[in-house]
Structures are given as structure tokens and as C-alpha cells.
Design a protein around this ligand. Structure first.
Ligand code: FAD
Ligand code: 2HG
Ligand code: ZN
Length: 490
């Protein structure tokens, strides 16, 4: 490991000596320790980067869904890896817990304080926003954890590359947060999720120790892969400060088809056929008639097709040369009625067609605070799961509105349930139990966070959870990093 600081230009204030081996000073009352910590943090990141005023803290204390909120003592905004290290060393020495936060677009409640005690520190990574020059020979780049997905995508495009993980929260979600959640998104069928793009990370452990492995070597069998261990760790093992990612060649030509279909089974059949005929297929997104109606009324959009269909599938193909004919030829094989497809090849039509799918999340939020359940099923079980889910909700939660959509090509459905009290998790329990009965996963891409910690055992065995807890205890022995995430009651 070398311990180079990716953001070496950052620190302006003198760093306090790290209290690495001090055990949390638990002998003093927590309120006294938190007060002393504020002075420590001001000494590390400077007064303007310690937000303790309620109004300044507020945007960091509630999550995107509004279902999860809490209160912290302060928000610390370090500007370099060295500052993150000093902040964590100080929090560890004072025995004060830390919630790492990037863009705060996470959907499982783990980026905000877990309760109203006002005793934790939110560490925001947004100032870690440096993008190194692209290593063109290797098709790689190192970026700070606070770089947004859109900024990384734009930097890659400027040099003829693409960063192919994509999601609707691209303007706010940070690369660090996307690594911490192993974000999936819209192009997993072609390029995989974040895990497949991460070649190495720099991170700070709970006691302030920096670990750094940003060399980007393709072959590197030198023991445990600590970088991959941090992918999907949801801020429970370390704060990621920089990431080395792999890029792909830019594919500037895109073509999209929005198809109206009669059933979910038919949508899966279409996906199978397109996969076989379209090597450039990069998205296969599913939504339903009621979800489309909600999006259309929220976003004031006209109908995409001449008539309504029960099921919609949005498919996208992209390449280095025009791929419109590829898409049209592949659609011919499907034998669809003529008016059942809307095609987009220019940027404006492509963007418009994507709106019908991408705006589901905000349209759901506009009608209430959802129970948001992000699940994967073995693909062949999707139609049966959909049927059982609809009858389960109609029978047990008649007041519920279900908005179902997702990445059908990955077997990933987003189950949004609005109506039941957001503080009552009976509906979460019922849906996740149904998912487990199909051999599915209770979290496809958003993570476990706070929202699903109680049900981790539905997807992971007791011995797996014990092994995960052992790793947590080894890297964060005082349990100060995101204590409410992942493990219930940890
Ligand atoms: P945050 O919300 O700030 O944090 C998320 C988690 O990561 C928390 O546990 C936090 O503690 C931890 N964390 C953040 N930064 C760090 C760090 N530097 N080091 C250690 N831990 C850290 N997700 C998908 O997978 N696919 C989608 O298609 C998708 N679409 C979305 C669309 C919308 C409109 C919205 C609002 C969200 C969507 N998401 C999607 C969810 C969200 O954008 C992702 O989970 C994203 O990865 C979160 O990034 P963030 O920077 O906002 O992280
Ligand atoms: C998406 O695919 C996101 O749009 C958000 O993962 C899903 O809002 C949701 O449930
Ligand atoms: Zn998604």
C-alpha cells in the first residue's frame, strides 16, 4: 500500500496529530465529547467547513425519499484525504459515530443520521472533487470520491471515452457513493455495475489510517482485494476518498425503442430475442400502464404511443457507428403491431422517450413518501412474482398504490408502495418475504442501509452475516462508522 493523498492540493488548515491508537474516550459524557470534537474538527477543516447551525445541517439530515431523517451534531466537509483521515482519527478518539455522505441520493436511508440524538457527525465528501487527467493508454482515470457521476461522464466524453454506469441521479450522485452502494443503473446488461468498473480505491479506516491502491494494474494478485471489499460496504468499513475506474470507448450513436406490450412475459421474451440479435443492447427497462399515467400527469407529457398498453419496454442500443438499422432489423423479428413502437434516434427524441422511464422516481415521490423496495428475482420468475405481489398488496394493504418498474434485463424490479404509513414496515416485511420465497435478493442495487437491515437474513445466511460482522469488527472495532446501516441492532 502506498499512502499518497489523491487530493494533495486540498488542505489549507494545519492538521492535528492523529490520535490513531487512542480508544474512544468513553469516560466523558457523550455531550461533552461532541462539544470538544467540534473544536477538533474546526482545527482540521476550518470553521466554514464545520456546519453546526440547524439550517445549514438540514439538507444533510433528510434523505432523498423523505422517509429517513435524523439529527447530527455537525457536518464536516473535508477537502482532502489527509483531512478525512484527521477527521476520522478525531471522531474515533472522541468515540463519536460518523455517517459518510456523498450526494445524498441513496434510497435506503443510510446517508443521513440514524436518530434524533444529535450526537453523530455527517462527513460529506463533496469537496473531494478532483478529476485526474485520463490515462488514455490504459482507459482509466482516478477521481475524488465527491466527483458527481455527470462530471465523470463529461470528463470521459471530452477525451473520446465513456463511463458507462448511468442513473437518473447522475447530477448529484457521487462516484464514492456509487462505489459504497455498488450502484447498478441503466446499463448493467452491457457493462455491469460499479463493481465491474472499480480497479482500486483510496480510503480512510475508522481510526484515520489511509489505505491506497490506485495503480490500476489489470493483473494484481497480492492478497485480499480491499478495494472490492469496500464496494457495496455502504460506509460501514471506511470512507472512500478516491477511486480508479476503467472507462470504455465512447459510443455516440444511440437508438431507442419504446414498445407497448401485452404482458410481462412477452417483455421478457422480447428481451431474450433482442439480446440474441443486438450486441450493442445496453438497456431493457420495464414499466406499466399505471406508472406511465403517473409520470405523464406529473411531468405533463403526451402519450408515447397511439394507444395504451398494459406493459412498456424501453430498449436502447448504442455504438460507434449509426445503429438505427440494427435496432429496426431486430424489431422486425418481433412481429409487433405497427403502432406498438416509438423509435428515437436523434438526441431530443431519445431524451423524451427516456423521460417516461427515468421520471418514475420523482413522480412516485410527488404522490407520497414511498416504501421503496428494490429487488431482484430469477428472471423467469418475474411474471409470477408480479402477479403474487399485486394480489398480496390488494389483499393485505388495500389502501396501497403500487408503482412497479425496473431494469427487467437484470431481473431487477423497483417496488414502490405509497399509502401505508412510512413508519410502519409491515408492507416492507410482506414484500421482502415474498421476494425471498422466490429465491430473490432483497436488494438489487440500492443497498441494505437502514431500510432493510432487519431483513438481511432473508438474503444472507447466518454464517455469512457472522463473517461480515467479523470484518466490520476488525476494521472498525469501536463501531463508529455508519452504525445503523446494514446490520440491525449493530
Ligand atoms: P449517498 O446517498 O450520499 O450515500 C449512499 C451510501 O453510501 C450511504 O450508506 C453512505 O454512507 C455511503 N457513502 C457515500 N459516500 C461514501 C464514501 N465516499 N465512502 C464511504 N461511504 C460512502 N441507484 C442505482 O443503483 N441505480 C439507479 O438506477 C438509481 N437511480 C436513481 C434515481 C434517482 C432519481 C435517485 C434519487 C436515486 C437513484 N439511485 C439509483 C440511488 C442512488 O443514486 C445511488 O445509490 C448512488 O450510488 C448514491 O450515491 P450518493 O453519492 O448520493 O451516495
Ligand atoms: C431507478 O432505476 C432507480 O430509476 C430508482 O433505481 C428506483 O425509485 C426507485 O424505486
Ligand atoms: Zn434502478
Amino acid at each position: 500500500m502506498n499512502s499518497s493523498d489523491h487530493n494533495h492540493g486540498g488542505p489549507t488548515s494545519p492538521l492535528r496529530p492523529a490520535a490513531r491508537h487512542a480508544s474512544p474516550g468513553a469516560t466523558l459524557p457523550l455531550a461533552v465529547r461532541v462539544e470538544a470534537l467540534e473544536e477538533d474538527l474546526v482545527g482540521i477543516v476550518g470553521r466554514p467547513n464545520v456546519l453546526s447551525d440547524a439550517e445549514l445541517r438540514a439538507p444533510y439530515e433528510v434523505d432523498w425519499t423523505r422517509r429517513f431523517a435524523g439529527r447530527c451534531a455537525m457536518v464536516a466537509r473535508p477537502g482532502s484525504t489527509a483531512e478525512v483521515a484527521a477527521v476520522l482519527a478525531a471522531c474515533c478518539a472522541r468515540g463519536v459515530s460518523v455517517v459518510p455522505q456523498g450526494g445524498n441520493t441513496g434510497l435506503v436511508g443510510a446517508s443521513v443520521p440514524p436518530d434524533d440524538s444529535g450526537t453523530c457527525v455527517v462527513v460529506s465528501t463533496r469537496r473531494l472533487s478532483k478529476i485526474d487527467p485520463i490515462d488514455k493508454a490504459a482507459s482509466q482515470v482516478t477521481v475524488g470520491a465527491g466527483v458527481t457521476l455527470a462530471a465523470l461522464q463529461n470528463a470521459a466524453a471530452a477525451e473520446g471515452f465513456a463511463f458507462p454506469v448511468d442513473l437518473a441521479a447522475r447530477d448529484s450522485a457521487t462516484v464514492g457513493g456509487m462505489v459504497a452502494t455498488n450502484a447498478g443503473g441503466l446499463h448493467v446488461i452491457r457493462y455491469g455495475a460499479m463493481r465491474q468498473r472499480v480497479l482500486g480505491v483510496e480510503a480512510v479506516l475508522a481510526d484515520g489510517t489511509v489505505i491506497s491502491h490506485l495503480g490500476g494494474l489489470l493483473k494484481d494478485n497480492t492478497g485480499y482485494d480491499l478495494s472490492q471489499l469496500l464496494v457495496g460496504s455502504e460506509g460501514t468499513l471506511a470512507i472512500i476518498t478516491a477511486i480508479r475506474v476503467s472507462l470504455v470507448p465512447e459510443t455516440p450513436h444511440r437508438a431507442v425503442a419504446l414498445l407497448g406490450l401485452e404482458s410481462t412475459s412477452r417483455a421478457l421474451d422480447v428481451i431474450d430475442k433482442l439480446r440474441a440479435n443486438l450486441p450493442g443492447l445496453q438497456a431493457a427497462e420495464l414499466f406499466f400502464e399505471d406508472g406511465l399515467a403517473l409520470v405523464r400527469s406529473h411531468a405533463r407529457l403526451g402519450p408515447p404511443l397511439a394507444r395504451a398498453y398494459p406493459v412498456y419496454l424501453l430498449v436502447e442500443v448504442a455504438g460507434r457507428v449509426d445503429c438505427t438499422d440494427d435496432l429496426l432489423n431486430a424489431l422486425t423479428v418481433l412481429d409487433l403491431p405497427e403502432d406498438a413502437a416509438a423509435i428515437g434516434v436523434d438526441t431530443s427524441t431519445v431524451t423524451k422517450l427516456w423521460e417516461y422511464r427515468e421520471r418514475h422516481t420523482e413522480a412516485v415521490s410527488a404522490i407520497g413518501i414511498p416504501h421503496k423496495l428494490d429487488v431482484t428475482l430469477p428472471q423467469s420468475h418475474l411474471p409470477r412474482f408480479e402477479k403474487d405481489l399485486r394480489s398480496l398488496l390488494a389483499g393485505r394493504f388495500p389502501e396501497a398504490t403500487l408503482v412497479l418498474f425496473g431494469h427487467a434485463g437484470d431481473g431487477n424490479l423497483h417496488v414502490n408502495v405509497v399509502g401505508p404509513d412510512p413508519n410502519d414496515d409491515a408492507v416492507d416485511e410482506a414484500v421482502l418475504t415474498l421476494v425471498a420465497s422466490f429465491g430473490g435478493s432483497i436488494s438489487a442495487e440500492h443497498g441494505i442501509g437502514r431500510a432493510k437491515a432487519r431483513w438481511l437474513g432473508l438474503s444472507r445466511s447466518a454464517s455469512e452475516i457472522t463473517a461480515m460482522k467479523a470484518i466490520k469488527a476488525a476494521l472498525d472495532p469501536y463501531g463508529i462508522l455508519n452504525p445503523a446501516a446494514l446490520f440491525a441492532g449493530a
